[in-house]
Ligand binder design. Structure first.
Ligand code: 6PG
Length: 241
């Protein structure tokens, strides 16, 4: 399966196209299984997409929303991915609270990771050693090619057995809780939304350098069954089509 790349003139266009793709994949999952599981990323780039999704009528009662990662801060903190998602998507779309599976950024990172893993195991009805298969995992990418909270050089990048872990993000001097590579690789569908000129070098590395996820964590799962990148022209400069 080749990796799809869609480049829009600007960040708003990339956000709109990614939102459209997510809705299509959600509809297919609901038609096939009666419900859909969507794991979303944080940072700043998704805000436009989340607002677009919140303004689009959809059967959110059939969608279970999970988080790809979280910063270990309270849900009221400006750095909280949950806060960003709640303000731009969850509240406006009236996603039922029971369908929102938040990472508890306000408690001890290791405990937050364990409780989130337990919630995922319960939701998917997993046996020991089984990996959850999200219908859609929405991922972003940092200027250093990190994805989720898997930063270059982090030993967790080689983990293929775990579901969730806590990790200390040195560059942000911050504890994070993140889904692990095994989960990203198991996703039925992966959509990346990446925009801005600060992502140019990392994108070139991900697509044009040899496979080395310890250096380019966003390469993880980039050869999966269904992977689509939604980019803006500023980010996609220098990418061979
Ligand atoms: C996070 C994210 C992270 C994000 C990248 C890109 O918690 O920060 O989940 O993986 O996707 O850092 O962030 P921007 O969109 O802000 O550039």
């Amino acid at each position: 399966m080749s990796v799809e790349k869609f480049t829009a003139p600007d960040a708003a266009g990339a956000a709109e196209a990614c939102a459209h793709r997510i809705f299509g994949l959600l509809e297919a999952a609901i038609a096939a299984r009666g419900r859909a599981s969507l794991a979303i990323s944080g940072g700043s780039t998704p805000k436009l997409m989340f607002r677009k999704m919140a303004s689009t009528p959809f059967a959110w009662e059939c969608v279970h929303l999970f988080f790809v990662d979280e910063r270990c801060v309270p849900p009221t903190d400006s750095a909280s991915n949950y806060k960003m998602a709640n303000e731009n998507l969850i509240a406006a779309a009236h996603i039922p609270a029971a369908n929102v599976h938040r990472i508890l950024g306000e408690i001890a990172p290791a405990e937050a990771a364990e409780r989130y893993a337990a919630e995922i195991r319960e939701f998917f009805g997993l046996q020991a050693g089984e990996m959850p298969q999200f219908d859609i995992v929405h991922r972003g990418m940092g200027p250093d090619a990190h994805t989720a909270s898997l930063f270059p050089g982090d030993p967790l990048i080689d983990d293929r057995a775990g579901i969730v872990a806590a990790t200390f993000a040195k560059k942000f001097n911050q504890w994070r809780v993140t889904l692990l590579p095994g989960v990203l690789l198991a996703a039925r569908n992966t959509v990346f939304l990446v925009a801005g000129e600060d992502k140019v070098a990392a994108l070139r590395g991900v697509f044009h350098e040899k496979y080395d996820p310890m250096k380019f964590p966003s390469q993880i799962g980039n050869d999966g069954a269904s992977v689509a990148w939604f980019l803006d022209e500023k980010a996609a400069v220098g990418l061979e089509s």
